[in-house]
Design a protein around this ligand. Structure first.
Ligand code: ADP
Ligand code: DP6
Ligand code: CO
Length: 344
């Protein structure tokens, strides 16, 4: 039997117009489109190896993350994803019968609101598809990664990326049309992001559960959905025009609206910490003093600050506040890459 193995890398992405809420949890279809920037700073490297002769009844996929065995819900998500991959059209039955072993390394803190699920499932999609002998187009890889974690659909691509909500009327067509793709940017739009790491520990409530609760109980959720599609269109126009101020303004507003939506859930979902609010104040002060800087926050207390590349050093230094805060400077990063594969 041949060794079937593949290794892929993917970088985390930070949404500028947020994804928050699903319309179909089974197919992982989002309530709205969203738009992001892939960063060079945070990386997942994942290897998928198919077991030799592992067709014994009961043999299952296994996985490690950062050297420790995945268990419980984290393992279940990976196993479900691998079953989806081996069930796709084009996988030879002899390969589909073999369970996979996954080893993954995150340089991104896991579950901290720094998008580990995005880089994690984009890398897994690339490695698993290759190990099971599939040669998928980027768009189909994006649709596949979406099934692992919505935000992972965007980490298939580098730089600015839009993830389309897809056909809203029909779930089957929705599945086919909800994928991410690169957003064309003005040549002189040179952006960067300062990532203020306030707490790298795992969040108390994962993104998936938090957004489900928001959809089910927040009276503001319909308003969030109503406005987000227009924000995505405006962000695309701002990127095409090279208008960083308009993009930054939109990004900060989208993040605040997303948090407002979840604060109105019952029980409230609150990722904003006192230290996060201090950083939001510091960003406003930077702007008042004439430096273009705009904050965005995800499902966690950490704050990411969009700015011009030329301002990255200043913004990083000001937010670090003499070493009081940990701030990582980041630039736009690349899409998912399959680094190595042994073809079955
Ligand atoms: P984050 O803000 O880090 O994206 P989420 O709550 O969205 O937080 O997702 C965290 C979960 O994503 C982890 O608990 C784990 O289930 C999954 N995950 C993260 N990294 C990986 C990886 N490299 N491989 C497989 N699953 C991963
Ligand atoms: C706040 O993609 O982590 O980061 O699809 O359930 O895996 P699942 O959730 P996830 O949600 C990301 C939410 C966000 C905003 C964003 O990345 O758009
Ligand atoms: Co996530």
């Amino acid at each position: 039997m041949t060794t079937a193995t593949a290794t892929a890398t993917a970088h985390a992405n930070i949404a500028l117009v947020k994804y928050w809420g699903k319309r179909d949890a089974e197919r992982m279809l989002p309530a709205t489109s969203s738009l992001s920037l892939t960063l060079d700073a945070f990386l997942t490297t994942t290897t998928v190896t198919l077991a030799e002769g592992g067709t014994a009844p009961g043999s299952e996929h296994t996985a490690t993350l950062d050297g420790g065995a995945l268990t419980g819900g984290q393992l279940a998500k990976v196993q479900r994803f691998l079953d989806l991959v081996r069930g796709l059209d084009g996988v030879e039955p002899s390969l589909a019968a073999r369970p996979a072993h996954v080893t993954s390394l995150n340089t991104v803190p896991t579950g901290a609101g720094l998008a580990s699920s995005a880089s994690g499932f984009a890398a897994l999609a690339g490695a698993a598809a290759a190990a099971y002998g599939l040669d998928l187009a980027p768009r189909d890889l994006s649709r596949l990664a979406r099934r692992g974690s919505g935000s992972a659909s965007r980490s298939i691509f580098g730089d600015f990326v839009v993830w389309h909500a897809g056909d809203l009327a029909d779930p089957e067509r929705g599945d086919l049309t909800s994928y991410a793709e690169p957003v064309p940017a003005a040549a002189d739009l040179d952006v960067a992001m300062a990532v203020v790491v306030l707490n790298a520990g795992p969040k108390s409530i994962g993104s998936r559960e938090a957004m489900a609760r928001t959809v089910a109980t927040s009276p503001y959720f319909p308003a969030w959905v109503e406005h987000t599609e227009a924000d995505v269109a405006e962000a695309e126009a701002a990127i095409a025009a090279g208008d960083l101020e308009r993009l930054g303004d939109l990004a900060e507003a989208s993040a605040m609206r997303m948090h407002a939506t979840m604060l109105a859930a019952r029980p409230a979902v609150r990722y904003l910490a006192p230290a996060s609010l201090e950083v939001l104040d510091a960003v406003a002060a930077l702007r008042a003093a004439g430096t273009g800087a705009w904050a965005t926050m995800d499902a966690g207390p950490n704050v990411k600050v969009l700015c011009a590349r030329a301002d990255l050093e200043t913004v990083t230094a000001v937010l670090a506040d003499g070493g009081r805060r940990r701030v990582l400077p980041a630039l736009p990063g690349p899409g998912m890459v399959v680094e190595r594969q042994a073809r079955p």
